[in-house]
Write a protein that binds this ligand. Structure first.
Ligand SMILES: [Zn+2]
Length: 368
């Protein structure tokens, strides 16, 4: 018998993805008696995923800060909730999610990835890490590269890239110099003909630099600093993690397989709209300091550039996707760099190479 009283039920915020459309929608989630009541987007009719039909990307632990859920009756759809209280409440209602025996159900099974996941489920269970971050680490390099290429293609649409031979060669020498501290990882760097002052790490060790950023920099050490910071995001798989969080795992895998009919053509926007967390920024900065020090490039450019852009953006209307929004906490970054002991350094590029990099867009008109 059901009780005639309506009890007050806590609501949680999450992101719901139907697995087909571009990005996940913000959703309100409640744990009602029959299951999870999900209301995606404003004005949408809520629906219920029954507890027994739920599967979690990884078994949920009580200390876990977030959970990625799917439901057997709605293949492809995912719900991501980043809330420890939600995870704990869910563990009480759907105890099968807390056992190692539960499996992640793919909309379109991909054998290689499934096998890797099965192997890693136990490891994630022990480590109790964020599922999106854990899953990102399991993606094979080729899939991450393919996802990154789609992101870069999507960002460059309608803008075009800059690559005079001299500019490319100079950029190659800078990348080579920074690669001494990336554990053999070779980052692929693309300059876009875009007036925006920003840089983005894309999946699969790819980085986008804007023409605006290169023109705003007062020297090669500043560009090196920004690149080292983006490499830090790449080494920590922040872009991969962000994409899985926002679009859901099945959509991310579909993108990586390149089998997407354009529904996610704007995937690059996902990365340009996100600001990383303070923890992610700190991780990227720790890598940046180490990379620059190993490469004997001064930290002043690194600290100075972010700080200068922050001062400039603070005084004006902050652009939707300005550097400050996507890579916040500049003051902390500058402080960090100032505290490090001094060491012998040489300019990141020779004068000739710096001139070549400044001219990498040739005489193309600047794209807004
Ligand atoms: Zn950043």
């Amino acid at each position: 018998m059901s009780t005639p009283f309506r009890t007050i039920v806590d609501t949680y915020e999450g992101r719901f993805s139907d697995g087909r459309t571009a990005a996940g929608l913000p959703a309100t989630v409640r744990l009602v008696s029959q299951g999870l009541e999900i209301a995606p987007g404003a004005g949408q009719v809520p629906f219920v995923w029954s507890y027994r039909d739920l599967a979690a990307a990884t078994p949920i632990g009580r200390r876990a800060g977030d959970v990625l859920l799917s439901c057997a009756v709605t293949p492809g759809a995912t719900l991501f909730v980043s809330d420890q209280a939600f995870v704990a409440a869910l563990a009480d209602k759907a105890s099968h999610l807390t056992t190692v025996s539960q499996r992640w159900r793919f909309a379109r099974p991909l054998l290689a990835v499934c096998a890797l996941f099965a192997l890693a489920v136990a490891a994630l269970w022990v480590a109790d890490v964020s599922p999106a971050r854990g899953l990102a680490g399991l993606l094979p390099m080729e899939l991450r590269r393919s996802l990154g290429r789609q992101v870069v293609r999507s960002m460059s649409q309608g803008r075009g890239t800059c690559d005079t031979p001299e500019g490319r060669a100079a950029l190659g020498r800078l990348t080579e110099r920074l690669a001494v501290a990336t554990g053999g990882k070779r980052f692929d760097i693309r300059v876009l003909n875009w007036s925006l002052v920003n840089a983005f790490a894309a999946p699969g060790e790819q980085i986008v630099l804007t023409r605006g950023l290169i023109e705003q920099a007062i020297g090669p050490d500043e560009v090196a600093g920004v690149l080292a910071h983006e490499m830090g995001h790449g080494l920590e798989l922040h872009p991969e993690t962000a994409i899985i969080r926002v679009v859901g795992l099945s959509a991310a895998v579909e993108l990586m397989l390149g089998g997407n009919g354009g529904a996610l053509a704007n995937i690059g926007l996902v990365l340009t709209q996100l600001g990383y967390s303070r923890a992610a920024e700190r991780e990227a900065d720790a890598h940046a300091l180490r990379i620059l020090e190993t490469a004997h490039i001064s930290l002043q450019g690194f600290a100075g550039f972010f700080k200068r852009v922050e001062d400039r953006e603070r005084g004006s209307v902050i652009g939707e996707i300005g550097l400050l929004r996507t890579h916040p906490f500049s003051a902390e970054r500058a402080r960090l760099a100032e505290q490090r002991p001094a060491y012998p350094a040489t300019p990141a590029l020779t004068d000739d190479d710096w001139r070549a990099l400044r001219g990498i867009c040739g005489n193309q008109p600047m794209h807004p």
